[in-house]
Design a protein around this ligand. Structure first.
Ligand code: SF4
Length: 363
């Protein structure tokens, strides 16, 4: 093992950029010739991480559909008719069964998604129990459940939650064309609450929604200038769902998606950059290019909330073909007994019921 530890946890101090990025600077990175951009991203990636390690998360929808918000990409919004059936919060045992399956198929983090504008008190009690039980299995926990009000982040922290996901989605300039039922500042406020109680932050966005390149740069600037920037940054490629207003949007050039990953890696050198929604539509060669651009985390399992995700077995084969191994962010690479041998894993069978329906892009 070289001195660069695989997926070593970072401190808040590690994740502060010395000076804020400007949109012009980040837009200039996007403009670099592709090979130069990839080279720079690789340099940054290798400076901070083992470039052959990837962290795997499995995502389960614990409460599906019927959401009050109007995110124009989301099949779970009650504002759009996508044929998605709304469901209630899953019972504890069903969630634990999914977490056990996720663990046995190699995931190290179990993410739970609930389609709420914000959780109610009664929800938080049940979720607290889910978090405690999933953690007791030895999995990291992440929750996405909408905006958090006063005291709610504390409750989740007390339950032992590791990460809270709340995406910024896009740049402030483009945001109003995508969501009108909550403001950009609402999102930043939730991220503040999460950070202030010591929870780790998972926050990223979605590209391919019709935004300009400069607006993609604007999203990354917002994330990179958080003090500190998020531990985990999911980059989603829009999955167009019939019935949502964004169905029919012109598809993003795949190289532009790779560029977005590379720029995210450069401006947030120590973040886990996660290849998230949209992977099902990506050829394996494109996914490999994303790893080369600095992605070092991905959602894993047969489905990603509402939409299909490459099957776990196919993922294992892809990582094996690339000579990559999975690892936790806590540096499991150093504990050989805890390493997961991707080649030796049994097929995932049903895996986590990560396909219960939810928004594939989280909140
Ligand atoms: S992305 Fe989240 S908040 Fe927005 S409509 Fe979907 S479930 Fe609701």
């Amino acid at each position: 093992m070289n001195q660069i530890q695989s997926l070593t946890p970072t401190t808040d101090a590690d994740r502060r950029n010395a000076k804020p990025w400007t949109v012009d600077e980040v837009a200039a990175l996007f403009e670099l010739p592709f090979n130069d951009l990839m080279f720079r991203a690789q340099q940054v990636h290798r400076e901070h991480f083992d470039a052959n390690a990837v962290q795997l998360s499995t995502l389960l929808s614990i409460k599906t559909g019927g959401c009050e918000e109007d995110c124009k990409y989301c099949p779970q919004s009650a504002h759009f008719d996508t044929g998605l059936k709304a469901e209630k919060l899953l019972p504890l045992e069903e969630v634990l069964e999914a977490a056990r399956a996720a663990k046995s198929s190699g995931a190290t983090r179990f993410c739970m998604g609930a389609a709420w504008r914000s959780p109610k008190e009664r929800h938080l009690e049940v979720i607290g129990e889910m978090v405690r039980s999933v953690k007791a299995m030895g999995l990291e926990t992440c929750l996405t459940a909408g905006m958090l009000g006063e005291g709610q982040a504390e409750q989740l922290a007390e339950a032992g939650l590791d990460y809270y996901n709340h995406n910024l989605d896009t740049s402030p300039e483009f945001y109003g064309q995508i969501i009108t039922t909550r403001t950009y500042q609402d999102r930043l406020d939730t991220l503040d609450r999460v950070r202030n109680v010591g929870l780790k932050v998972c926050s990223g966005g979605i590209v391919g929604m019709g935004e300009t390149r400069r607006q993609r740069a604007g999203l990354l600037v917002q994330l990179a200038n958080l003090q500190p920037y998020p531990e985990s940054v999911p980059i989603n490629n829009l999955v167009q769902v019939e019935g949502t207003p964004l169905a029919g949007t012109a598809a993003l050039d795949p190289f532009e998606f790779v560029r977005t990953i590379a720029v995210a890696r450069i401006v947030m050198p120590r973040a886990m950059v996660r290849l998230s929604a949209g992977r099902e539509e990506m050829p394996e060669s494109l996914q490999a290019m994303c790893f080369l651009a600095g992605a070092n985390s991905m959602f894993y399992g047969d489905k990603l909330l509402t939409t299909n995700n490459p099957q776990a077995e196919a993922d294992r084969q892809l990582l094996a073909r690339l000579g990559m191994r999975c690892d936790t962010e806590a540096g499991l690479s150093q504990k050989t007994e805890a390493k997961i041998n991707l080649r030796a894993q049994a097929p995932a069978a049903s895996d986590a019921k990560a396909g219960a329906d939810n928004c594939q892009h989280c909140h």
